[in-house]
Design a binder for this molecule. Structure first.
Ligand code: UT7
Length: 329
C-alpha cells in the first residue's frame, strides 16, 4: 500500500515495573531451574507489577516519555490506540484511562486485541489514518500485565512472561523528519486460534466456579507449535520487509521477544549479523504487545539506531497474528 502522506515515528518511550523477578523465584514453588529457563528461553529475569499497579498506569508512564520525545501535548492527540490482552477491566478500554491521564480530550480512543502483534497492529492502523489525512497525531501503545493472567502452576508457560509498556507518537513525516514508515504488513491465520488462548471469561464460557477451578481464565500456550510458527514467521517477515534493500542499509531488527532460541534460529536462516538484532528477553521475558516497543526504545536510547538507516520490526502471536514494519530512521 503506498502512503498518500508519508508517516514518521516522532517519539518512542517505554516503561517496565520496578519489581525484578529472577528465575530463582520460580524454583521456590515449581519443578524448574534457573539453568533450564536460561538454556531453553534465554530469560534471566522479568518485571512484574507491584500490588495495585496496572496496565493503564504503565501506559501512562510510557506515553509521557514518548510524548516528551515527540514534543507533543495531550491536547494535540487525535487518537489513542492501545494494543493489549490484559486491560485494567474487560471494558471500557485502557485507551480511555490514558486519555484522562494525558488530558487528551480531542482524541478518539480504543483498544485492540492482537496479542503479541498488538503494538504493530496499532501502529499500522495509525499509519493508515495519518497517511489518508484523517488524523495528524496518534499515540500508539503496546502494554501488558500478563503476571495477572499466567498460571503459576504451569511451568511450561509461567516462566515466559513479563509486564511492561511501550509507546510511540506518529505524525506526518514532514512534521517530525524522522522514523519514516516505508512499508508495513499485517496478517492472520485463525486456524491457529487455540495455539495461544485464555479459554474462559468470554461469551463462549463466562466465568463460573467451574471455569475458575479449572484455571481456564489463565493463559494457555502450546509452546512447541508456537516455536515452529515463530521461527518461520520472523524469517519471512524480515525477508518481506527487507525486499529491495541490502543488509548494509539495515541498522537494527527488532523482533518480538518470544524466546532467545527462536530469535537465534531465525537470524541464522537470514544471515543477518547478530549484532544488528535487538534482544532484551534476558531482562524482560516475553512482554507480549509491549515487547517490540520496549526493545525499540532500548535500541534508540543506546544509540543502536542510526540516522537514515533502516529498522525492521517483526511481531507475531495469538490469533494467530503477525505484523512487520520497515522504518528509515
Ligand atoms: O508469544 C507467544 C507465546 N510464547 C510461546 O508460546 C513460547 C514459544 N515456545 C517456547 O518458547 C518453548 O517451546 C518453551 C520454552 C515453552 C518450551 O521449550 P521446549 O524446548 O519447546 O520444551 P518442551 O515443551 O519440548 O519440553 C521439554 C521438557 C518437557 O519435559 P519432558 O516431557 O521431556 O519430560 C517439559 O515438561 O521440558 C519440560 N519443561 C520444563 N522443565 C523445567 C517445560 N517447562 C519447564 C520448566 N522447567 N519451566
Amino acid at each position: 500500500m503506498s502512503s498518500i502522506i508519508p508517516v514518521g515515528i516522532a517519539g518512542v518511550g517505554s516503561y517496565a515495573p520496578e519489581r525484578v523477578v529472577p528465575n530463582a523465584w520460580f524454583e521456590e514453588f515449581l519443578d524448574t531451574s534457573n539453568e533450564w529457563i536460561v538454556q531453553r528461553t534465554g530469560i534471566e529475569e522479568r518485571r512484574f507489577v507491584a500490588e495495585g499497579e496496572n496496565t493503564s498506569q504503565m501506559c501512562l508512564a510510557a506515553a509521557r516519555r514518548a510524548m516528551d520525545a515527540a514534543g507533543t501535548t495531550g491536547e494535540e492527540l487525535d487518537m489513542i490506540i492501545v494494543g493489549t490482552v490484559s486491560p485494567d477491566q474487560q471494558l471500557p478500554a485502557v485507551a480511555n484511562l490514558v486519555q484522562v491521564g494525558l488530558g487528551a480530550k480531542n482524541a478518539a480512543c480504543f483498544d485492540l486485541n492482537a496479542a503479541c502483534t498488538g503494538f504493530l497492529t496499532a501502529m499500522v492502523t495509525a499509519e493508515a489514518y495519518i497517511a489518508a489525512g484523517r488524523a495528524r497525531r496518534i499515540l500508539v501503545l503496546g502494554a501488558e500485565t500478563l503476571s495477572r493472567f499466567i498460571d503459576f502452576t504451569d511451568r511450561g508457560s509461567c516462566i515466559l512472561f513479563g509486564d511492561g509498556a511501550g509507546a510511540a507518537v506518529l505524525m506526518p513525516h514532514a512534521d517530525c523528519g524522522q522514523g519514516e514508515i516505508l512499508r508495513t504488513t499485517l496478517g492472520s491465520d485463525g486456524e491457529g486460534y487455540s495455539v495461544i488462548e485464555m479459554p474462559a471469561g468470554g461469551s463462549q464460557r463466562p466465568a463460573t466456579h467451574e471455569t475458575v477451578e479449572a484455571r481456564d481464565h489463565f493463559l494457555k500456550v502450546r509452546g512447541r507449535d508456537v516455536y515452529r510458527f515463530a521461527v518461520a514467521k520472523i524469517a519471512s517477515l524480515v525477508r518481506e520487509m527487507l525486499e529491495g534493500h541490502t543488509l548494509d542499509d539495515l541498522c537494527a531488527v527488532v523482533p518480538h521477544q518470544v524466546n532467545r532460541r527462536i530469535i537465534d534460529s531465525a537470524v541464522e536462516k537470514l544471515d543477518i549479523p547478530p549484532d544488528k538484532v535487538v534482544v532484551n528477553i534476558d531482562r524482560y521475558g516475553n512482554t507480549s504487545a509491549a515487547s517490540v516497543p520496549l526493545a525499540l526504545d532500548e535500541a534508540l536510547t543506546s544509540g543502536r539506531v542510526e540516522k537514515d538507516k533502516l529498522v525492521i520490526m517483526a511481531a507475531f502471536g495469538a490469533g494467530l497474528s503477525w505484523g512487520g514494519a520497515l522504518v528509515r530512521w
